[in-house]
Design a protein around this ligand. Sequence first.
Ligand SMILES: NC(=O)c1ccc[n+]([C@@H]2O[C@H](COP(=O)([O-])OP(=O)(O)OC[C@H]3O[C@@H](n4cnc5c(N)ncnc54)[C@H](OP(=O)(O)O)[C@@H]3O)[C@@H](O)[C@H]2O)c1
Length: 367
Amino acid sequence: MNWEALLDRALDLARRGAGEVEPNPRVGALALEGGEVVGEGWHAFWGGPHAEPAALEDARRRGRRPDTVVVTLEPCSTTGKTPACTDLLIREGVKRLVCGAVDPDPRHRGRGLEILRRAGVEVIARIREEACLQAAGPFLRWLTMARPWVIGKWAMSLDGKIATRTGASRWITPRALRARAHLLRARVDAVLVGSGTVAADDPELTVRLAEGPDPAVLVADPELEISLDRKLVKGAGERIVVLLAEEGSFQPGKRAALEERGVEVLSFPSPLNLAAALEEVRRRKGWQRILCEGGGRLLGSLHDLGLLDQVEVHLGPRLIGGSEAPGPLGGLGPSGMEETLPVDVVKWEAAGGGFRLVGFPGRSGSR
Ligand SMILES: NC(=O)c1ccc[n+]([C@@H]2O[C@H](COP(=O)([O-])OP(=O)(O)OC[C@H]3O[C@@H](n4cnc5c(N)ncnc54)[C@H](OP(=O)(O)O)[C@@H]3O)[C@@H](O)[C@H]2O)c1
């Protein structure tokens, strides 16, 4: 069999997950029966099925029983957001596994292949390995990160404004795009906002226009300015709401009042170091994928600190105007163009008269 050609086909499938699965690897798979491709699959979104079960399911729908699976990355052998793929391959009676890259994660490297070999599955590994690792996307960088993956999302007008000069921002984008934003909320561990946004908009940050679970909420609120009548505080009994505060900058009584209502307060030495705070959040909560929905000051800080791993820009067909009206990224920003970050745009799609763009800021090699 020409495994290289089949791996190239699986690589094309892997790329379909770009913009939806990160920081998970982009992975593609084919299911074969007697040398014929009878199923295709890819890891389509964060938390969704991996490529191998997707390809096997595709084959099953066609009434076929695959004997071989070709996959761009070593099958997982541990249960995470989804069950272990090695178990599934063995249970489904797959006789041969052809794999592109061995899992680069030192905790798993080669383990999945070993489990399959011991179960009597023929394993052919490291075919088009370099290309398969490349196609996996920012996954390699993710393996070295101690903090959660941060997606910065904003809705802006065609002239690049996220609110009017008085701070009004409902609504800049059409309903179809807002529904897409809600779906994104369902596919992250937590939504992060600044205290300015909570004060201005009193947001719910729930999944109302799409299917899926409500994410936990994280608020950057160094001085614990959040008012007790905010929807996020009232809803704290039913979902996890965590505030990032700065020691010495808030009234202890306010902390007690918030904790009484079920809000968790994590306080950090002054001045609040966002990168260190996010690391602590991952250690304590296990959150891996966080969506920052604004506002401009917080997104600007994340940008200045190099903490925006991915951007999701929703462009509404509307003009706002006004030099006082804010743009999506406040903060200081760079002075020279050579310091600005290029963005590897992997998705650009129309919805409801607006656009959705997904990309990865960074110098080549870090994306
Ligand atoms: N169109 C959209 O997508 C969208 C989305 C959200 C919000 N908005 C609009 O944006 C406006 C609100 O945004 P905003 O810029 O005023 O406020 P914001 O960014 O929501 O909140 C600012 C808060 O974040 C904290 N913060 C920012 N960087 C920090 C850092 N490096 N370390 C510690 N804390 C940090 C600030 O603390 P300090 O006070 O200590 O500096 C402040 O409490 C509203 O008009 C809202 O409607 C638009």
